[in-house]
Design a protein around this ligand. Structure first.
Ligand code: GDP
Ligand code: IMO
Ligand code: MG
Length: 428
């Protein structure tokens, strides 16, 4: 005890990396349970900035054991690249554990991700191109390669050949690309096995023992609720379960062991890639949020789409994930706006709806119903207690809390590690 899940409430990039880092010194294990190097977490520590993709953000805290659990898809080349980059900056990466059951992203997954996106043309998802979807598709199709397969050359060869059999027909005949040599893929993967060996573990067992020993385990979600393959804006989603339930299946720790669910939510909304986004702004306010909030993807550098806070989405997130606490980030970005609209409901075909519509076509043309809140002009980046916030900022936070379905326990007022206002202890 305790086990805490931390997830994104919107479409990603809410500041999960910073929130994980914030809890860092109080947790013993940080577990990545879904996604892969499609994630991009920027963590600012003093004057140092770290961009993490595959590795959980907890790796930056000395003494924490980072875990890549079974639900993750691992690009082994990226794994070692990130480990080396962090190691050369003095971060201790020696404790990392990788589940033997995690699936592997290979060169053919990256290729297929890119060619299918190109093939979709106007209908493309806008993926990160990291091979995430094709690797999960192989997992579900039962032709995936797991970390443990890298330790049995015969099995690995058989599985790669099996997986490439059909794929090469498709690559050559449909996409007009060169076939991928199984031999090359196998050799590439085998080149990592010796370095990988000491990290590989039965991470479900390790985490069970840790919890029994009274350790604190934080499950750090990648992506977010609205990008979840079951509960997000399908098909404009990622290919894993980014919601709190994914922490159980993605780690082999039972759901009834989880004590708290923290959702990180931005004080406005952003999205990268295609798909519905009711509060999206196309005017100068949208540009203001993008430039002031520095809303450019950590992974692909793409400008993020921006819009106002969407309370029905926050309520949906609270329900789907069983949120106990929200961490509201980037409140400082709103400083200087005379008024701040918040979406409190939608209108669909002229009818007011208070919940996220279950039908995608309804969600696509849902028109936000806005309530306007008064803005503030005072710089809040140095504020550390709720009472010090300008009255209008306090009212904004309390209004969001009222309409979002759970308490707001911490508020981000700047990118730095300590730029946070704590209202309730996140671990109790
Ligand atoms: P993640 O994917 O959820 O970890 O989020 P990203 O790292 O992709 O994007 C969040 C960005 O916002 C990062 O650049 C953070 O440094 C920054 N950030 C986080 N919290 C705050 C905050 O309260 N205020 C400001 N101004 N920036 C923040
Ligand atoms: P973090 O963890 C924002 C989006 C992509 C695309 C869709 C599918 O930093 O919040 P994929 O490559 O996963 O198949 O792409 O999901 N996406 C993200 N958007 N933040 C992320 O991660 C994302 N990971 C994937 O832009 O729309
Ligand atoms: Mg991100």
């Amino acid at each position: 005890m305790p086990a805490i899940v931390l997830i994104g409430a919107q479409w990603g990039d809410e500041g999960k990396g910073k929130a994980t880092d914030l809890l860092g010194s109080r947790v013993d294990y940080v577990v990545k349970f879904n996604g892969g190097n499609n994630a991009g977490h920027t963590v600012v520590v003093g004057d140092k900035k770290y961009a993490l993709h595959l590795l959980p953000s907890g790796i930056l805290t000395p003494g924490v054991t980072p875990v890549i659990a079974n639900g993750v898809v691992v690009d082994v080349e990226v794994l070692f690249h990130e480990l080396e980059a962090l190691g050369s900056r003095g971060v201790d990466v020696s404790r990392l554990l990788v589940s033997a059951n995690a699936h592997v992203i290979t060169a053919y997954h990256r290729t297929i991700d890119k060619v299918t996106e190109r093939f979709l043309g106007k209908r493309q998802i806008g993926t990160t191109g990291r091979g995430i979807g094709p690797a999960y598709a192989d997992k579900i199709n039962r032709v995936g390669i797991r970390i443990q397969d890298l330790f049995d050359e015969g099995i690995l060869r058989q599985k790669v050949e099996g997986a490439l059999d059909l794929k090469n027909h498709i690559l050559v005949k449909v996409y007009n690309r060169r076939a991928i040599e199984a031999e090359q893929v196998v050799d590439d993967l085998l080149s990592y096995t010796e370095r990988l060996r000491p990290m590989v573990a039965d991470t479900s067992l390790v985490l069970d023992r840790a919890l029994r020993d009274g350790k604190t385990v934080l499950f750090e979600g990648g992506q977010a609720t609205m990008l979840d393959v079951d509960h997000g804006t399908y098909p404009f989603v990622t290919s894993s379960n980014a919601t709190s339930g994914g922490a159980a299946t993605g780690s082999g720790v039972a759901p009834n062991r989880i004590d708290r669910v923290i959702a990180v939510v931005k004080a406005y909304t952003t999205r990268v890639g295609a798909g519905p986004f009711p509060t999206e702004l196309f005017d100068e306010s949208g540009e203001y949020l993008r430039s002031k909030g520095f809303e450019f993807g950590t992974t692909t550098g793409r400008p993020r789409r921006t819009g106002w806070y969407d309370a029905p989405i926050a309520r949906y997130t609270a329900r789907i994930n069983g949120v106990t606490d929200f961490v509201l980030t980037k409140l400082d970005v709103l400083t200087g706006l005379p008024t701040i609209p918040v979406c409190v409901a939608y209108e669909v075909d002229g009818v007011r709806v208070d919940e996220v519509p279950v039908s995608q076509s309804d969600f696509h043309h849902a028109v936000p119903v806005y309530e306007e809140f008064e803005g503030w002009t005072e710089d809040i980046t140095g504020v550390r207690t709720f009472d010090e916030l300008p009255a209008a900022a306090q009212r904004y936070v309390l209004a969001l809390e009222e309409m979002s379905g759970s308490r707001i326990s911490a508020i981000g007022v700047g990118p730095g590690r300590d730029a946070i206002v704590t209202r309730h202890d996140l671990l109790e």
